[in-house]
Write a protein that binds this ligand. Structure first.
Ligand SMILES: [Zn+2]
Length: 321
């Protein structure tokens, strides 16, 4: 009893000094929960949450075997304050509890830099796939860097992601599951859960996070999602920014014509006006587009254009604007 009193006093002192998080009950003889980490506990938006830990004390000291029930949810893709409640039960009743505030903090983004006139950013959607290696070979031959907006559930081909990153290209997120726009854009919960799932895949395979995003169907199609948010598109883009992400549609779409090799080359090599800042949409899953790539690159280099891998420092392109 004497020892426990001393521990209680120590704990009370620790609480007063702010060493341990407040909220621990201090009833005589009852166990006490001390939460580790600062209060509020800050955590970056979009990163899977890791519990900072706790200690349970009773008369005998720290109870290493104590298992707490954690009540409350954290939505890591939405910045804000969340409350987690830690409860110790004796099997039925709660005998000790504590609360902590988890603050999901927006990530930072770099300043936008206007690229020099004549910059072309190639981008490939819907991969990785069988032909992604061929695209990489062509890009490597001309030392051209590009951006790949990947689909996370292309499980069979994900092994190529480390190569894409190692060769200096950008890995962006298209989505995890491309099958149904209706499901994907149903609400923020569906969209951002899918996005986080794809981000996990990128991290797992490359050790890095993606910072560029392309909506499946483009921002126009994502209007279904924007319509579910009180702040519409502005809110949607702000939520992506909190995750350290910018969204890129395209302003050159060479595949839109005949869907042939020649048609794609002709569309790309005959712009209405010289390209200033071109974000080109292609798909590594479209064979004719992959076949057109080498001649597109050759033409652009001859014309004096410069290729760059899109990243989050480039000006966003939204087809609605
Ligand atoms: Zn797509």
């Amino acid at each position: 009893m004497k020892l426990f009193k001393r521990l209680s006093l120590l704990l009370a002192a620790a609480l007063l000094l702010g060493v341990l998080a407040p909220g621990a009950a201090a009833e005589e003889g009852a166990p006490v929960i001390a939460l580790l980490g600062p209060d509020p506990f800050c955590w970056p938006c979009g990163v899977p949450f890791e519990e900072p830990g706790f200690q349970v004390w009773d008369e005998a000291g720290i109870r290493k075997d104590a298992e707490l029930r954690v009540v409350g949810d954290i939505t890591v893709w939405r910045a804000g304050d969340y409350t987690l409640r830690y409860e110790l039960t004796d099997g039925e009743a709660v005998i000790a509890s504590a609360e902590r505030t988890v603050r999901i903090v927006p990530q930072s983004l770099p300043e936008i830099v206007q690229p020099p006139k004549g910059t072309i950013c190639l981008s490939f959607d819907d991969g990785p796939c069988e032909d992604t290696a061929e695209v990489l070979d062509i890009l490597a031959k001309y030392d051209v860097k590009a951006c790949f907006f990947i689909v996370g559930n292309q499980t069979k081909y994900l092994d190529i992601l480390p190569r894409i990153a190692a060769e200096g290209h950008t890995i962006g997120i298209h989505c995890y599951d491309h099958r149904s726009y209706g499901m994907l854009y149903r609400d923020a919960e569906h969209y951002f859960s899918d996005l986080m799932h794809a981000q996990e895949i990128v991290r797992e395979y490359t050790g890095q996070s993606a910072h560029v995003v392309r909506f499946p169907g483009g921002s126009l199609t994502a209007g279904f999602l924007a319509g579910t948010l009180p702040g519409g598109y502005e809110e949607l883009y702000a939520m992506l920014a909190d995750l350290g992400m910018r969204e890129y549609d395209w302003n050159v779409q060479p595949e839109s014509g005949e869907k042939t090799v020649e048609g794609t080359i002709i569309a790309f090599t005959h712009p209405r006006a010289p390209y200033e800042y071109a974000v080109v949409l292609q798909h590594d899953v479209r064979r004719f587009s992959v076949k057109a790539l080498e001649r597109m690159i050759q033409w652009a280099l001859e014309e004096g254009y410069t290729f760059a891998a899109l990243d989050e420092s480039f000006p966003e392109i939204h087809l609605l604007e």
